[in-house]
Write a protein that binds this ligand. Structure first.
Ligand code: HGY
Ligand code: MN
Ligand code: MN
Length: 423
């Protein structure tokens, strides 16, 4: 690694301001039993966007909005050139917590504000962004905004995506006032580092403070529409049925058996399942379901997809139903830049924080930004490994520790000579 092996000086973030903003943002779309719901491009998402943008503008950042609603705030450096960038997302799932995505955005603002408060203007510009529709819960695929930013989809294609509630992406973006004029793909940053909660049980189980994220596992989402024959639940003999509800449940249990058969890190999830007409005494006419398959190994993921597809053919033949599959998202595993992961490990160690290297089970905007520049992620612990659940929690001490590691890494990247030359 060229350049000095030390990290910047003893600056630290304002932990009280960081936590206060997380709770303030979390109150938007707040749910009665705790947690929050800000599905992408809803009015609650718009309110969250407005609040975070106000913090960026109050900080004096140059704020841009692009053609899919990605919002980026930039503070100029001493020299011209691409910014060191951080960020994440502020849209949530329907049963979201206060930290998934939000931490990376608010910590990014906090880092820039801490440097500005200290009168420090790094060599390179620094930028913090929130990307549209990272969750993919309302519009598929997930990471849609950062995918467009990185050139993996056009803004026009994104505008025509239809939500699970029938709304069109471009119409909703315009309705909430976030159809911006900045071009897509976006500017390639000098480097991208994302702080995020782990959302899993590993850091807690291993008693480690900081996750040095080495990459993101591959993701395969498909939506199945299973069409059979609706009939009377009492009079129709089993041998004469063409029951999509039965097939859907068989496929759901097959997915679990497949994951167990392949072993970790293979996972399989049926997150959505709907029957029509969904009545107690009617054999369903149609079943629709989603299947989420993930693995860190692309070949094993393809093998899992193939075995699942074979099971669909077998069941469709046996039950006399028709199964149509539509891909909602398909991203191969991503490996992050080792120079950036080394910096994260050094920064955490210099702050006396224990670390471990680990892949991410969840998808993140960083996996898209890795297409543009050297990229990596910082994880902090999720209590009980719980996320995508209103009880999601990360202790303030860990929120602040993660933000300080982010501060040191971004500051180092913003000051260093060009380290991307071969060492
Ligand atoms: O699905 C995911 O992994 C992410 O939360 N979008
Ligand atoms: Mn997230
Ligand atoms: Mn999420």
């Amino acid at each position: 690694m060229t350049g000095e092996a030390t990290m910047p000086g003893p600056l630290s973030v304002d932990g009280e301001r960081l936590v206060r903003r997380l709770l303030e943002l979390g109150s938007i779309g707040g749910l009665p039993g705790g947690g929050c719901a800000r599905l992408a491009l809803t009015d609650d998402d718009a309110a969250g966007r407005n609040l975070v943008m106000s913090w960026m503008l109050d900080l004096g950042l140059d704020v841009t909005i692009d053609a899919v609603g990605n919002v980026i705030g930039t503070r100029a450096g001493r020299e011209p050139g691409p910014p060191v960038m951080t960020g994440s997302h502020i849209d949530t799932v329907r049963t979201g917590g206060f930290y998934d995505g939000n931490l990376g955005v608010i910590a990014g603002i906090e880092v820039i504000e801490t440097l500005a408060d200290a009168g420090v203007t790094p060599r390179r510009a620094m930028a913090v962004g929130f990307f549209t529709n990272e969750e993919g819960a309302r519009f598929a695929p997930d990471m849609l905004g950062s995918l467009v930013y990185a050139g993996g989809m056009t803004a026009e294609q994104a505008h025509d995506v239809v939500a699970i509630d029938g709304a069109r992406f471009g119409d909703e973006l315009e309705r909430i006032g976030y159809l911006g004029g900045s071009p897509c793909p976006g500017q390639a940053p000098y480097a991208f580092v994302e702080l995020h909660i782990e959302q899993g049980p590993v850091l807690e189980a291993q008693h480690k403070r900081i996750g040095v994220v080495t990459g993101v596992q591959g993701i395969s989402w498909q939506e199945l529409t299973i069409t059979g024959q609706s009939s009377h639940a009492g009079t129709t003999p089993i041998s004469l049925r063409h029951d999509p509800g039965y097939v859907a449940m068989e496929l759901g249990s097959f997915a679990r058996r497949l994951a167990n058969d392949l072993g970790p890190p293979q996972v399989a999830t049926v997150g959505r399942l709907q029957l029509q007409p969904n009545l107690v005494n009617v054999v369903a006419a149609v079943a629709s379901m989603t299947v989420d398959l993930r693995n860190t190994d692309e070949l094993v993921l393809r093998h899992a997809e193939a075995r699942f597809a074979d099971q669909c053919v077998t069941l469709a033949d046996a039950e006399g139903v028709v199964i149509e599959s539509r891909s909602l998202a398909r991203f191969e595993p991503v490996t992050f830049d080792t120079q950036v992961t080394d910096l994260i490990e050094l920064a955490a160690t210099n702050r006396g924080l224990s670390t471990m290297r680990m892949p991410s089970g969840a998808g993140h905007d960083a996996q898209m930004m890795a297409r543009l520049c050297p990229t990596a992620m910082v994880f902090v612990e999720s209590v009980g490994g719980i996320s995508h659940n209103v009880t999601e929690h990360t202790e303030p001490v860990d929120l602040v520790a993660g933000a300080n590691v982010l501060l040191d890494v971004l500051h180092r990247l913003a000051e260093q000579e060009n380290p991307w030359l071969a060492t």
